[in-house]
Design a protein around this ligand. Structure first.
Ligand SMILES: CC(C)(COP(=O)(O)OP(=O)(O)OC[C@H]1O[C@@H](n2cnc3c(N)ncnc32)[C@H](O)[C@@H]1OP(=O)(O)O)[C@@H](O)C(=O)NCCC(=O)NCCS
Length: 422
């Protein structure tokens, strides 16, 4: 955990997009101070599975951080914020549009207070343009960034993908921007503003769909299993590979919802594959069949090819079929359910599903760190309780005395104002 040692982050982010970013940076060794409103990040209480315990939604996105609660709607809370700003290398937020300005802390003001600090902001649509004032959640970003219109089957509705490309995907983009800006600030002494819009991040992740969008003006998309003649926008194409090689999800024995294997009929492997499956299908000369002999033929007749492969696969489970395909060098992978993955030896061996303990909820599991640094492996520690480190941070980072802390406390710097009587 040495890579970002000595980097301190004032993390005002909430929900998913920002916290996944700061969690990654914490796993790389940064001291991440989760700066929360007195009620805490709303996800602490969302989709709770254990009464009165921080939800998995929160614990899975906020590991290795320290939590301080500060009421930014009080003058004393703002003083604490300013003091922390001066002691941090990065400040990050993903509030709705205008929230930080309402606090009185624009980027200009923050830059003035600490010229070296790097500021990261996630917004649904960035700070400029007709959509700038809108809030956004994951699926709004998937809808507006081009992911939903290109996901699903052609004659069905658009679909969201299970991968959180709008939130976590944006968090990854932000992490890259922050590290670049930090590198520059260390060289020049001057911080800068790093903005990532969720819509932009999703568009970036859909890049190859823009390849196809432009190809449509000159050609049909021969690798798609659906007709593309005359289309003006990249269509939904089910489980088509979307790349230069043909691919599809093949249903296997015993026919359950996750009994599929994704198979890529790479150009180089067709002969071997056809020679293996052909005899069992009563087609010993499949490899030489003119309907499939060249990749262009296979593209044209791919639905027939998938039907043949599926017929063969119906006698095997996805794992058995994988064992047949691996020696033939056919790129393939069984569709893994969360249950499959939770038990998977490979995943466990790579620390990608790790067990943790938590004072409120007991044992629980988190998805591990997907970026492996040879000299700085991540050590995953539980998420903080709300305000667990308030005093520690005030003392160790800001050198506040007990007396100062006491005064701030009674002035309401760390707590929510009492609810007005109805
Ligand atoms: C996610 C989102 C839709 C949530 O909307 P929301 O719950 O209304 O939250 P907002 O960020 O708009 O507002 C937060 C409120 O908490 C208040 N708050 C936050 N931190 C506070 C603190 N430390 N002390 C006091 N108040 C605080 C803010 O002042 C604001 O209240 P206001 O509207 O009275 O100013 C919105 O934050 C958003 O669009 N973010 C940008 C895009 C994004 O990251 N989306 C993905 C989330 S996974």
């Amino acid at each position: 955990m040495e890579a970002l040692k000595d980097v301190r982050i004032l993390d005002m982010t909430h929900v998913q997009a920002g916290p996944t970013c700061s969690q990654l940076l914490a796993w790389m060794g940064a001291d991440v101070i989760k700066f929360e409103p007195p009620q805490g990040d709303a996800t602490r209480g969302q989709l709770r599975d254990v009464p009165n315990a921080d939800s998995l939604y929160f614990t899975m996105l906020n590991c290795n951080k320290r939590s301080i609660t500060v009421n930014m709607k009080s003058a004393e809370g703002k003083t604490v914020f300013v003091d922390l700003l001066k002691k941090c290398d990065i400040v990050m937020e993903n509030f709705g549009p205008g929230v930080l300005d309402r606090f009185g802390f624009t980027w200009e003001k923050i830059h003035q207070l600490n010229p070296k600090i790097v500021m990261g902001s996630i917004k649904g649509f960035g700070s400029s343009g007709p959509y700038a004032d809108f809030k956004a959640y994951e699926n709004v970003a998937q809808a507006m960034g081009g992911a939903m219109s290109t996901t699903g089957v052609p004659d069905g509705p658009p679909f969201v993908t299970g991968a959180q490309i709008g939130d976590t995907g944006t968090g990854l983009h932000l992490a890259i921007g922050l590290l670049a800006a930090l590198h520059q600030a260390n060289r020049t002494g001057k911080g800068q503003y790093v903005e990532v819009a969720m819509m932009d991040g999703v568009m970036n992740l859909c890049r190859v769909k823009w390849r196809d969008h432009q190809r449509l003006t000159r050609q049909t998309l021969s690798e798609y299993s659906v007709p593309t003649e005359g289309l003006k926008a990249t269509p939904r194409a089910g489980n088509d590979s979307g790349g230069g090689q043909l691919g599809n999800a093949i249903h296997c024995k015993p026919g359950g919802p996750n009994d599929y294997i994704y198979v890529v009929v790479q150009e180089a492997v067709w002969d071997a594959l056809a020679n293996r499956i052909g005899p069992d299908l009563g087609m010993p000369d499949l490899a030489k069949d003119p309907k499939f002999v060249k990749i262009a033929d296979r593209r044209k007749n791919q639905n027939e090819m998938w039907a043949l492969i599926t017929k063969f696969a119906s006698n095997y489970t996805k794992r058995e079929f994988m064992a047949i395909l691996n020696p033939l060098d056919v790129p393939c992978g069984p569709i893994m359910s969360t249950e499959d993955l939770a038990e998977d030896e490979h995943i466990r061996g790579r620390d990608m599903y790790v067990e943790l303990d938590h004072p409120q909820r007991g044992k629980w599991w988190n998805v591990g760190m997907p970026i492996k640094l040879s000299d700085s492996p991540a050590r995953i520690e539980r998420s903080p309780l709300l305000g667990e480190h308030t005093e520690e941070i005030l003392k160790s980072v800001l050198d506040y005395s007990d007396e100062q802390i006491g005064k701030l406390k009674s002035a309401g710097a760390f707590s929510a104002p009492p609810k007005k009587a109805a």
